[in-house]
Each structure stands twice: as C-alpha cells, then as structure tokens.
Design a protein around this ligand. Sequence first.
Ligand SMILES: [Zn+2]
Length: 390
Amino acid sequence: MRPSRTQTLAMTIDEKVRKTLAELGVTDAAGVEALFGEVRAAMEQERSSLVSHGASSEAERDRLSKSLRDRWLARQNGLLANIDERWLKTSPKELKPSVGKSFNGLRQAAAALEMDALVKGVGLKIPTKVAAVDAAEIRGAGLRDLTLPGYCRPLGSLHPVTQMQREIEQIFLNLGFRIEDGPEIESVYYNFDALNIPESHPSRDDWDTLYINAQTVLRTHTSPVQIRAMEKYGAPLYIIIPGKCYRHDNPDASHTPMFHQIEGLAIDSDITFADLKGTLDFFAKKLFGEKIHTRFQPSFFPFTEPSGEVAISCIFCGGEGCRVCKESGWIEVMGCGMVHPQVLHNGGIDPEKYSGWAFGLGVDRYAMMKYDINDIQLLFQSDVRFLEQF
Ligand SMILES: [Zn+2]
C-alpha cells in the first residue's frame, strides 16, 4: 500500500532507502528531485556535524570518520548502495533519466565523505571529557557508531560522616545490637517528657530547641527512639540508634544546627554499670586502637542515674598532652549512664525486673577526630574538593 504523505514525511532517510520510489509515492521528476534533495541535505548535515564537533584524538577522529563514511558509502548496505538498489534499479522507465541524473549528483557530493576528504576537515581540539558527550550528540544527529565508548559517570564515595557511622555501627552489630531509627520531627513528649527532662530544664528553652509548634520539635537527640523502641519491643533490648539531630546553634567551627548522633541502649535483667564500662571500653579499643585507655567521670543527665562522661586517652599524643587534648592527655568522647528507672517505666518496662545502660556520642566529632578535620562546617558544605579526599 502506498503510504500517506504524512507517513512519508515522518520516515527517516534510513527507512526511505529501504522502500521503492513507488512505495514512497514518488511518481514524477519533481518528486525525484525533492527526494534526492532531502538525501543530500541529510548527508551534508551529518558531515558538518562531525566536522564542527571535532574529535579528541586521532584515533577517535578516524573512528568517527570511518563510521560516517561506511554509513553512506559501504558497498554492503550503505545508504547509497540502497538507493542504487531500490530507487534506481527498480524505477519505472519514464523516471529512470531523472533518477539516474540525481543519483550521479549525489555520488559526486558523497565524495566529501571519503576518508581522505573527511579527516582533513575534522579538527582535533576538544578535551577527552567533553568528547564523550559530543560523540553522543553526533550519534544523535545521524551517526550510528555502536563502537563508541559510553558515558563515563564519575563514581562518588561515602561521606566521611557516613563512613564513621557505619564503622561504629559495625562494632555494635558484631556485639549483637541491632539498628533502630525514628522520626526527626518528634513530639515534645518523646523528646523531653518521657525522658524525664522536666519542663524547667534549660534544654527545652527556645534558644536551644527548634520548635515546630508547642507540641512538636525537631528532635534534639536520638534518645526519643529509646522510648519508642521500649514500647515497641519491650525487654530485653539491645539497640543502637544513629541519626540526625537539630539544635538552635549558630554555626561555628564546632557547632552546626544539624548534627549526627549514635546512641546505644542495652536493657536486660541484671545489667550493671560494669557491663556499661566493659562494653564502652571494648568499643573504644575497637575504634581507636588497643592501646587506648578509657576514663569514666561522674556527670548528670536527667535520663540516666548514675550518669558519666567517657574520655579516652588522647589518640594524637598517647596521653602526653598536646594541642588537641588541651594538654590534658584525655579527650571526652561520649556521655553515658544507667537508664533512669522512671525512663524504663515510661517506656513500659518494669524497673524492678530490668535495668539498662545507655550512651550517646556525636558522629561528626568522631569523623573530625579520625580524619583530623578542624572545622565541622567543612563536613556539610558539599565541596567536592574536600569530600573527594575520603
Ligand atoms: Zn593529646
């Protein structure tokens, strides 16, 4: 069946050369001239596209040129060979003179696609990275070179905070803890009340906490997940809780309004402070090296009783005293304590039957220590020159 005019218009040159003139609806000399005009325009467009894009190397230039040459001039299945076969040889007698004349003109014009002529015109100038994109554009313009290399997308790497977080997680996973998470937009109840933080506590102040409304905050620590997990699983419970936290802090070298914490929580029968000390000492040695010592000092948190601060012997000077440890030989690395009986109770766990310990640490600070980064802002500015060092 003869295709409609719109169908003919929608066909590519490649499709047209696979049909006869009759199938294309070409029945007179003017039609022949228009059709060959179209072919010559397509050919010239592909040639000039290659010439104007250039190539990044001689090898690439030769490959692109050969690809274009073969597409048009190859004896087997080249576009001109198809035109000879389908349009010239099968054309009706009355059209033969005009088809023959147009075909000769096309062959002469196609001499510009012979390798010698083509290679002269293609400049070698563009850098390799751009070349991949340009080659794709050229291909889109009509070249069909399946041997062209594909796009090369640069591989990224894990953010130093993510690397640190995973390293810490792995130590606790090996100890039989599991990972738990919870919402960053949290109710005042879970963020403060259930954790035994009284209404009068300064941390609840507008100046320390980002409130969404009177009942809702951006969580200021990962501790609310402790309550959520107690309600969900009951005791015994061994979890670590990594995640983002938010405080009303102005950014400086050691503060950001968003930071990362990991908390740990262990609840079971007969859990004592000795379990806490043993576990955290083991953790510190795994993370910072076997030579590290840990030191526990009394502290205060509303949700633990007793509470403590954990310091490790300075990883930079080995305890001798240096700039980082402010000559003390110790670096404070986390807060910890035995879970307050009221908090267990709030989580639905009977404090008469069970006891537990908890700790919390700042992942960003650990990453800064490990990678010797002196400004926390660097971690969150997304500067690739900084990030690609890790
Ligand atoms: Zn030191």
